[in-house]
Design a protein around this ligand. Structure first.
Ligand code: ADP
Ligand code: MG
Length: 171
């Protein structure tokens, strides 16, 4: 393909943050192995990975604790293609969608993609529920600059100070 015909984002990698979670089938292994795989996506580099955090289940208490982490990547993929790669990786880890907030072998969410704000049938950016989730915000602080502003929402530290529910704990 002629490089001149590619959109600019294919030529200049975009900074994105990916939330990773699991509470089934050896969650520490699921999360660690998923973090390893992110850098194998086409045109994508894993820049940093957070510590792992443990948190009680959200929504449905009768399921195992979750293990969560956040990855900082740089990618030449557009957001829709990045989401397809993430959903494919979830499938490869045996993800079955039982019900909302139910147990899962692997959950991969695009928290933020550059400064892009969009909402369509498949994808909302920034991720619509990140402000309520300490298990996303705490690991995100490990890999994002303190000054990072989530479009329309302020810094991660500010969101964390207003975040309801129990705190995630580092492993
Ligand atoms: P949740 O992560 O909120 O528990 P799921 O993992 O079951 O929910 O995701 C359901 C759908 O959410 C996905 O199939 C995807 O199309 C959609 N979605 C919308 N925005 C995003 C995003 N920013 N990151 C990942 N998935 C998203
Ligand atoms: Mg998800």
């Amino acid at each position: 393909m002629n490089p001149a015909s590619l959109p600019a984002r294919h030529l200049t990698p975009v900074t994105a943050y990916i939330g990773v979670g699991s509470n089934l089938a050896d969650p520490v292994h699921q999360v660690t192995s998923a973090l390893d795989s992110l850098g194998s996506f086409p045109g994508t580099r894993l820049i940093a990975r957070s510590h792992l955090y443990r948190s009680p289940p959200f929504g449905h208490p009768d399921q195992p604790d979750f293990i969560n982490a956040v990855a900082h990547i740089e990618t030449a993929l557009d957001p829709e293609t990045l989401l397809s790669e993430l959903l494919r990786l979830e499938q490869a880890h045996g993800r079955v969608r039982l019900f909302a907030n139910g147990p899962r072998t692997l959950d991969l969410d695009i928290l933020m993609y550059g400064t892009e704000c969009l909402q369509n049938a498949h994808l909302t950016l920034p991720h619509p529920r990140l402000a309520q989730r300490s298990f996303v915000l705490l690991p995100w602080l490990d890999v994002a600059p303190e000054t990072l502003v989530i479009p329309g929402q302020g810094t991660i530290a500010r969101l964390l100070s207003n975040c309801p529910g129990p705190m995630a704990l580092p492993l």
